[in-house]
Write a protein that binds this ligand. Structure first.
Ligand SMILES: Cc1cc2nc3c(=O)[nH]c(=O)nc-3n(C[C@H](O)[C@H](O)[C@H](O)COP(=O)(O)OP(=O)(O)OC[C@H]3O[C@@H](n4cnc5c(N)ncnc54)[C@H](O)[C@@H]3O)c2cc1C
Length: 436
């Protein structure tokens, strides 16, 4: 009893939240502290601590897998190298976490095998996650296009996950540096906080995007260690950069945002684009960056709702200047700058049929070849990753290495912008959580 009191005292100090600590009961060692704090000081003194499941990475996928496994009665330990879990969740969706998309379907994901995500997405749906969120009394709203955001704060999602972890008896240890993993009768994981043994090892360390939030290439390293193929990781949902010449040309338009559709070979997104002093951004550009390959052009329709040629021909006999006509559809500054860039504005009646067709084509099919992307520093996600051909789509287990699982962003399944990446994290985490 005295020992228990001492433990509570230590925990109170660590978490500064004594009220949420509950007496040790059964396998649930303590109520998990809220706000992403962890139990890094609670080190077992045993040379090797035995677990059923070790999850490396306390992000969206790792925590969700741990919850699912813990609820099945598995003894689960989450090892997180950062000082807190869920750092990406915290900043996601502008601080309100776009936690799912009600229209999620396989077509919203890019992968070398477009069928791979189907099974997991079907077994844990946006409706399932909405139910969980509602059970926790978290209020949310649809912002647009099926994207669901918390009314208040992303922290509510982290708190919810931590509360679920506590109920499922999951132990979370932050500040855990994994030094080595050996496979023999399961897996032995050597860390700066001691060694752990588990029959199932889940890699949930995410992609390379935004290193200050804890991103590492750890997951790819483990895949390599066990001889698993990796689709080359690349930044995605990221602003695109332009060649110096195009950037100079577009610089008068910098700061302007407008509704457009942006396409590459059959894939098209209709949302805003934003011209910046570094290149192109805005939701439609971030979306297309997922499909963009170096050296290929993107095609922008600057008036996607209009039959532009028809509109120009209707006014062909009028005195109205081209820039003024376009300013009825675009921000005035953009209309004038566009004319300065592509052809001097003059009354419409001074353009012949051929010139009107040319104008229509330039508006409908502005073709730009980006120079590159703003890289992992600015990318919302990492496309590519552990090859789906190496994994079971039912369980996320490596086909050739029984007991080893990969979930979330580290896998070569990448969602479009709009809550799909979290839905993949929940769904793949849940799939593995049923199997470990
Ligand atoms: C700015 C931003 C905003 C976003 N907003 C949204 C959004 O609103 N909606 C949406 O659907 N998606 C959003 N995303 C994408 C989404 O955050 C990720 O796709 C999702 O978090 C992936 O979950 P994950 O668990 O696979 O990886 P992560 O959430 O990245 O978690 C990986 C965890 O592993 C830990 N880790 C890494 N290396 C190690 C190691 N060696 N040892 C131990 N632990 C390690 C990391 O610290 C981290 O906690 C956003 C991303 C960013 C960057």
């Amino acid at each position: 009893m005295r020992k228990h009191h001492r433990t509570v005292a230590v925990l109170s100090k660590i978490f500064d939240a004594p009220s949420i600590l509950s007496p040790l009961k059964g396998r649930a060692k303590f109520k998990a502290p809220l706000r992403g704090a962890c139990t890094s000081n609670l080190i077992s003194q045993d040379p090797i601590s035995n677990q059923d499941v070790v999850v490396i990475g306390g992000g969206a996928a790792g925590l969700f897998c741990a919850i699912a496994a813990g609820k099945r009665g598995r003894r689960v330990l989450v090892l997180e190298h950062a000082d807190r879990v869920g750092k990406k969740i915290a900043i996601s969706g502008g601080g309100r976490c776009n936690f799912t998309n009600i229209y999620t379907g396989p077509a919203n994901f890019l992968s070398a095998n477009p069928h791979f995500c189907k099974s997991a997405l079907a077994r844990y749906t946006p409706g399932d996650f909405m139910g969980l969120v509602e059970n926790h009394g978290i209020r949310y709203h649809e912002k647009k296009l099926g994207q669901l955001f918390c009314d208040q704060s992303s922290q509510q999602i982290i708190d919810m996950l931590l509360s679920e972890c506590a109920d499922a008896g999951v132990e979370i240890r932050c500040g855990s540096q994994v030094r080595r993993i050996n496979r023999e009768n399961g897996f032995t994981i050597e860390t700066n906080q001691g060694s752990f043994h588990a029959g199932s090892l889940v890699i949930a360390t995410g992609g390379l995007s935004i290193a200050p939030l804890g991103a590492t290439d750890f997951g790819y390293g483990i895949a390599r260690q066990f001889g698993l193929k990796i689709e080359p990781p690349r930044p995605a949902l990221v602003p695109l950069t332009l060649s110096p010449t195009v950037q100079r040309q577009l610089s008068p338009l910098s700061g302007i945002s407008l509704d457009a559709s942006v396409g590459i070979e059959g894939t098209e997104f209709r949302e805003n684009i934003l011209i910046t002093h570094r290149g192109l951004s805005g939701p439609a550009i971030l979306q297309i960056s997922l499909y963009w390959e170096t050296g290929t052009p993107i095609v922008i329709n600057l008036l996607p709702d209009e039959d532009i040629l028809n509109m120009l021909q209707d006014r062909q006999l009028s005195e109205i200047e081209l820039a003024n006509l376009l300013a009825q559809h675009w921000p005035r500054r953009f209309a004038h700058a566009w004319c300065d860039l592509y052809l001097p504005s003059r009354p419409l009646k001074q353009f012949n049929d051929g010139q009107l067709s040319e104008i229509a084509e330039k508006i409908r099919r502005l073709q730009i070849t980006p120079a590159g992307t703003e890289g992992f520093k600015k990318a919302e996600v990492t496309a590519g990753g552990v090859a789906t051909s190496e994994l079971s789509s039912q369980t996320m287990e490596a086909k050739r290495i029984p007991g080893l699982y990969f979930i979330g962003e580290v896998v070569d399944v990448t969602g479009q912008l709009g809550g799909y990446n979290f839905q993949w994290a929940w769904a793949s985490g849940y799939a593995a959580g049923q199997a470990v």
